[in-house]
Design a protein around this ligand. Structure first.
Ligand code: UD1
Ligand code: PEP
Length: 422
């Protein structure tokens, strides 16, 4: 088992380059199979979710070649084999193979997706969309079988604003006959990125980024090359880390507009922020005041930054209340922050943070991806050593985390530990 050690007490300084977005990459890779020819993606992050996705496509007969941050996906020899659990369970975004395989082959047999355990994560809205398009669903030995050889465009109203359902329905609808309209669609930048790729492949998608998306189905999609948008959650994590250490960091290769909700909240706390065209400079170290945060679908405050900002709020004067309106159980990081000296109470969907407290090093575990990010930030805030296990979660979503943080002055290293037999 690998562990990450962080010796805190260093102010982060310098510039950091943000990688391509995880939540785009894991949708664009399956989207690429809608063309039975080569699709090239640039700015692909070096994260385990991408690696596992690559292996899933290879298991299905595709050829995937990685060259630094470029990925060539040739799915011309791909076949519609069943995809039982195993790798499918290792990430959330494997659910996109439902829409993508339906679009490409008119059928899919797939196990249930995994991803971070944040409380219930149903996929009823994905299913609602597939059924509305004329897909017939059945259960086969723990897998879901979708049969949709004659999908016909239709109107789908999402009862819950869902990133995954919006993208999944878009993927299937690209190959359905006629027009599909998704109402109450999610508006996240990653959805625009997927629509941009699909349109470059010959699809006709209008309205991505608004809550009504219109898709006119096409018989065939073709090759193209596409560069993935910057990861706003990775960028936000570095912004918070810069503020948390009282540092001075320029976060490069980003779209500042995608981070407006975080920028506004950091300013409210008294963090100094300057926006440039494709960069943000964060200068910390002032007298931070406690604030309230409510997570919401985009353009609201992202749930994926709720855990990292909770670590920072331990340094703010007074009480802060962080409410997660998207996931009811996204508070597993709190117990570990308590072990590091934080004063936090979880009440229902909210965490109430009393500050300022001085955090100290402890042995903690990343229970999920952004819990891991919160603990890394907390570790940077201490004056001593923090030992973090559960690194497979962190590796799902952060490209070269240690390398990037070390280049900003952090002191951190990984060690292999043999697990003792109990
Ligand atoms: C791979 C990926 O892109 N993951 C992101 C995606 O997850 P994911 O696509 O799973 O999240 P959704 O936007 O679908 O979920 C939003 C809310 O809707 C609920 N829901 C969702 C679908 C459904 O069929 N029924 C239903 O009730 C979920 O339980 C949740 O409460 O968006 C989340 C919300 O921004 C982010 O935290 C994740 O990082
Ligand atoms: C929840 C997340 O990821 P996933 O949906 O892939 O589990 C995340 O990126 O914070």
């Amino acid at each position: 088992m690998e562990k990450l050690f962080i010796r805190g007490g260093h102010k982060l300084r310098g510039r950091v380059q943000i990688s391509g977005a995880k939540n785009s990459a894991v949708a664009l890779i399956p989207a690429a199979i809608l063309a039975a020819s080569e699709v090239v993606l640039d700015n692909v992050p070096d994260i385990s979710d991408v690696q596992i996705y690559t292996e899933i496509l290879e298991d299905l007969g595709a050829t995937v070649v990685r060259d630094n941050d470029m990925l060539r996906i040739d799915s011309s020899k791909m076949v519609a084999k069943p995809m039982p659990n195993g790798k499918i369970k290792e990430l959330r975004a494997s659910y996109y193979l439902m829409g993508a395989m339906l679009g490409r082959f008119g059928e899919a047999t797939i196990g249930m997706p995994g991803g971070c355990n944040l409380g219930p994560r149903p996929i009823d809205q994905h299913i609602k969309g597939f059924e509305a398009l004329g897909t017939v669903l059945s259960h086969e030995r723990g897998s879901l079988h979708l049969e949709g050889k004659n999908m016909v465009g239709t109107r789908v109203y999402l009862d819950v604003v869902s990133v995954g359902a919006t993208i999944n329905i878009m993927l299937a609808a690209c190959r359905a006959k006629g027009r599909t309209v998704i109402e109450n669609a999610a508006k996240e930048p990653e959805i625009i990125d997927v629509a941009t790729l699909l349109n470059a492949m010959g699809a006709s998608i209008k309205g991505a980024g608004t809550d009504v998306i219109r898709i006119d189905g096409r018989q065939e999609l073709h090759s193209c090359r596409h560069s993935i948008i910057p990861d706003r959650i990775e960028a936000g994590t570095y912004m918070i880390a810069a503020a948390a250490t009282g540092g001075d960091v320029v976060i490069d290769n980003i779209i500042p507009r995608h981070l407006e909700s975080l920028t506004a909240k950091l300013r409210e706390m008294n963090v100094e922020i300057e926006e440039e065209d494709d960069a943000i400079r964060v200068r910390g170290g002032g007298d931070y005041v406690g604030i309230d945060i409510k997570t919401l679908p985009y353009p609201g405050f992202p749930t994926d930054l709720q855990q990292p900002i909770t670590a920072l709020l331990t340094a703010a004067r007074g009480a802060s209340i962080v409410t997660d309106n998207i996931y009811q159980a996204r508070f597993k990081h709190v117990d570990h922050l308590l072990n590091m000296g934080a004063k936090i109470k979880v009440e229902g969907r909210s965490a109430v943070i009393e500050g300022p407290t001085s955090l100290y090093g402890a042995r903690v575990t990343a229970t999920d991806l952004r819990a891991g990010a919160a603990l890394v930030i907390a570790g940077l805030m201490t004056e001593d050593v923090t030992e973090i296990s559960g690194l497979t979660h962190i590796d799902r979503g952060y490209s070269n985390l240690e390398e990037k943080l070390r280049s900003l002055g952090a002191e951190m290293w990984r060690e292999q530990h043999i697990q003792s037999a109990q």
